[in-house]
Design a protein around this ligand. Structure first.
Ligand SMILES: [Zn+2]
Length: 356
């Protein structure tokens, strides 16, 4: 009898899990992985070794992740499509030559499309470090999408000395629009996707990107979803200390949070804003264990205060560092994995500067 009940339970469970594969994903999203160098001889913080990189590709394949092009993902998100879980986009910033040398052939072998965000001025000035236009044409023809990382890889939102508003806007136009013209001239018209150098963005730059018809990709973590602002799309860093597959797999299996608004939406703080209070408003919380929602600032665990059933806030318990940092919030999902949301910060020093 026991065995019969067990078999029946198993049958029910199996039919449920088959059913689960076809039901609507109520938190559709795409995990965007961000790489830079694929090399053992480049700065560790932005590098992944060729061996470790291939482990990532093998992991994605063996665990049935669906690696799609950045255009495909954008189309699905714009349409509000029922994107299945385990959908991934692979991106590289800067367009280093070692991507061609150490990653391209493997990506081609796995039939994984990928995107490379390039800096036209830099690749023309330093041909040994970066892929040339000819090389970019080759990888473009073999599954890569070539997109925009700015002409110069400058700190875009950091005003230069005595820079007027008009001068700043002209600099932004050069960095974004003329970079796109250079890319389109070389490769034919490419999608208007811009990855912010250093992941640094703010409302004024976002407004310009929108006006010029660009989507903006940043460097705070979380899934790209219908709830992501079009000009602050999150990506999961996957190189340096983030290359570890144990932690990366948690991110790859995560779900978006249905965030309708959050503050501060402007990552750029003042030097004195050492413990910014983060407030997050959610569209819905179904399937999300809100009691277990926690936020993380460095190694500090922050307990949220729920103002309403759909709005929580957290305040750092220690000063956030000068430079770029993030507060990540996660909550377990009833469907397995974690809902994930991240807020980016840039806290300048007293002179208004911060490290690269
Ligand atoms: Zn970069």
């Amino acid at each position: 009898m026991k065995l019969l009940i067990y078999s029946l339970t198993l049958a029910v469970l199996l039919s449920q899990s088959t059913h689960a594969a076809t039901i609507e994903n109520t938190y559709p999203g795409v995990q965007v992985l961000q790489y830079h160098h694929v090399s053992e001889t480049t700065p560790a913080v932005t590098s992944i070794s060729p061996e470790r990189f291939e482990e990532h590709l093998r992991f994605l394949k063996e665990n049935d992740f669906n690696v799609v092009s950045i255009e495909q993902a954008a189309q699905w998100i714009d349409e509000g499509a029922n994107i299945p879980r385990k959908t991934v986009v692979i991106t590289f910033d800067d367009g280093y030559a070692n991507v061609l040398e150490n990653a391209h052939a493997k990506l081609k072998e796995y039939k994984f499309p990928y995107a490379v965000f390039v800096n036209p001025d830099l690749l023309e000035a330093h041909p040994s470090a970066y892929m040339s236009w000819e090389q970019l044409k080759t990888i473009d023809a073999e599954g890569a999408t070539i997109v925009n990382h700015g002409q110069t890889h400058d700190h875009l939102i950091r005003r230069q000395e005595n820079e007027s508003e008009a001068q700043w806007q002209a600099r932004m136009k050069y960095d974004v629009v003329s970079a796109q013209q250079a890319i389109d001239e070389q490769l034919g018209e490419q999608p208007k996707y811009f990855a912010y150098p250093y992941g640094e963005y703010g409302p004024e730059l976002e407004a310009l990107l929108s006006e010029w018809g660009f989507k903006g990709f940043a460097q705070h973590s979380g899934a790209w979803s219908q709830w992501s602002p079009d000009t602050a799309i999150p990506r999961f860093p996957a190189s340096g200390r983030y290359a570890n597959l144990e932690t990366l797999s948690v991110k790859l299996n995560s779900l978006p949070m249905a965030v309708s608004s959050y503050s501060p939406a402007n990552p750029l703080l003042s030097n004195s804003d050492k413990r910014p209070k983060v407030t997050v408003e959610l569209d819905k919380t179904d399937g999300m264990n809100t009691d277990a929602l926690r936020c993380f600032a460095g190694s500090d665990v922050l307990e949220p205060t729920w103002d309403t059933a759909h709005r929580f806030s957290v305040t750092p318990v220690n000063d956030i560092p000068v430079g770029r940092s993030r507060i990540n919030c996660t909550a377990p999902s009833a469907r397995g994995g974690y809902h994930w949301f991240s807020v980016a910060f840039i806290r300048p020093d007293s002179e208004g500067r911060w490290p690269d």
